[in-house]
Design a protein around this ligand. Structure first.
Ligand code: PLP
Length: 492
């Protein structure tokens, strides 16, 4: 068939004119990428962007084709050499995962197949359903629960808290909105609760004042007595408490709230129990932590990331909700043009769009599914345990060094410490350690981030990195002490 027959114009497509040429380019991309990943340790973790390179990204949109070859060359020459650094063995900033080579290839396959994971009767949806079942299985969460893969922990918290609001508002909050509440709907957590929970509370229209933050113990765990008092006082003041957010791994220090006690409190007080386990939930794969995290199974909703401590490439997080029907009711909205059918592609019982915010959804399940098949769950348990052991090792090095000070307990994978020059007060040490952190980044040595603990500035190392080795922590301590001594000698 000649497409132009009887038509005045030549029809275009975005497929390649020459498939063999694109195939060759694709093979080179894969070769270059695998070389890049194999040699990542040999490069600086991060380096500043030169001004002339920054300027390259200030030109107008191309109107004419530059071609696939040129697009790739620009990527290889100007983008690839200036990474964030998080795939490097000495990246321990914030809580940012590393990804894996097979995970990257899986992303390519997912994009090639490019299904819309909103719903319908196709096998990619079966893959996501299986990944969700595997997540429940590995975290000990009830198998009847519903779930959804999302972009990350922030979205996972938003989805969980949206279900909480719907379930516990006491009226039809979807129809009436929060303005119909008899008193302010309030949500509880500790002062160590992640900012994404506050963002969710704000987005849900509750207002950040509705997020009540209880103080923490010396271990940075939620103070249960104080929490109970806050709830009682709020009830007396006419508020309607709806939810408690428990932390399985706080962002500053990796603290684990007493989840069993929080579950019991929520049962007593008839509150929704949401657990933010962004990275810490995965510690359930390590035998030593299994009992401590077992009460996650009692959470009404559980949020966690797969792109942090499961090491899959961004983006992948997950929300599980114990009561699937409540979950569906909080989100399901089916106009005629999205009606589910009995037969054909629009049939099937997997409509993820009924359980979250997105309608069109990507095939992020594939990289998780392939990764679990590649390595098996046991290896993930060992790697997470390895990161925890590395944190303990680093804490030991810090304790042994006379000029370093450990600033918080190390219950999981996060170490907070600082360089301590004798005779300097907290304010001077804050300044010195801030500069020290910047120099670690600028010299491409390592990327820790920082925490403010009791108002004091700490270097913070959070290990969700399958490439780190004990040597890397030796090097970090050596360099922190070197730069610290230089700064102290300069009176910094
Ligand atoms: C990282 C993190 C989040 C947010 O997750 P994203 O994947 O970055 O959206 C929420 N809570 C905690 C404790 C985290 O560490």
């Amino acid at each position: 068939m000649t497409v132009t027959q009887g038509h005045p114009v030549v029809e275009e497509t975005l497929d390649p004119e020459d498939w063999d040429e694109l195939r060759a380019l694709g093979h080179r991309m894969v070769d270059d990428l695998l070389d890049y990943l194999r040699t990542v340790r040999e490069r600086p973790v991060w380096r500043p962007i030169p001004p002339e390179l920054r300027a390259r990204f200030r030109v107008p949109v191309p109107r004419a084709p530059e071609g696939a070859e040129r697009a790739y060359q620009d990527f290889r020459d100007h983008v690839l050499p200036h990474p964030m650094g998080n795939i490097h063995p000495r990246f321990w900033g914030w809580v940012i995962g590393t990804g894996t080579p097979l995970g990257a290839l899986a992303e390519m396959l997912a994009a090639g197949m490019n299904p819309n994971m909103g719903g319908g009767d196709h096998v990619p949806n079966q893959v996501e359903a299986q990944v969700l079942d595997w997540c429940k299985e590995m975290l000990g969460y009830p198998l009847a629960a519903s779930g959804l893969l999302v972009s990350g922990g922030s979205m996972a918290n938003l989805v969980g808290l949206a279900v909480a609001r719907h379930a516990r508002a006491g009226f039809d909050v979807r129809q009436k909105g929060v303005r119909d509440a008899a008193g302010p709907l309030t949500v509880y957590g500790s002062v160590e609760t992640h900012s994404s929970v506050r963002k969710a509370v704000e987005l849900l229209g509750l207002g950040s004042e509705a997020l009540r933050l209880a103080p923490v113990t010396d271990e940075f765990e939620i103070d249960l007595a104080a929490l109970e008092r806050m709830i009682a006082e709020d009830r007396l003041a006419g508020c309607r408490p709806i939810c408690v957010v428990g932390n399985a791994g706080t962002v500053n220090t990796g603290a684990l709230d007493d989840l069993g006690a929080l579950a019991a409190l929520c049962e007593r007080e008839r509150l929704w129990f949401h657990v933010d386990g962004a990275f810490g939930a995965l510690a359930a794969l390590v035998p030593e932590y299994r009992r401590r995290l077992a009460p996650m199974a009692r959470a009404d909703s559980l949020a966690f990331d797969l792109h942090k401590w499961m090491y899959v490439p961004f983006e992948a997080g997950c929300t599980l909700v114990r009561d699937a029907e409540t979950h569906r009711r909080a989100f399901s909205l089916t106009p005629d043009y999205l009606a589910h059918a009995e037969r054909g592609l629009a049939a099937g019982d997997l409509w993820f769009t009924d359980y979250g915010v997105q309608l069109t959804r990507g095939f992020r399940a594939l990289k998780v599914w392939m990764s679990l098949k590649e390595h098996g769950l046991d290896k993930y348990g060992r790697l997470i345990g390895q990161n925890i052991e590395q944190a303990r090792y680093l804490a030991g090095l810090v304790r042994e060094a006379p000029d370093l000070e450990l600033m918080a307990p190390v219950p999981l994978n996060i170490v907070c410490f600082r360089y301590c020059a004798t005779g300097r007060g907290d304010a001077a040490l804050d300044g010195l350690n801030q500069e020290l952190l910047i120099q670690l980044h600028e010299q491409g040595i390592a990327v820790p981030s920082n925490a403010l603990l009791g108002g004091r500035f700490a270097l913070r190392v959070a290990i969700v990195n399958h490439r780190s080795r004990l040597d890397d922590f030796d090097l970090l301590v050596r360099e922190v002490r070197r730069i610290g001594a230089e700064l102290a000698a300069r009176g910094g």
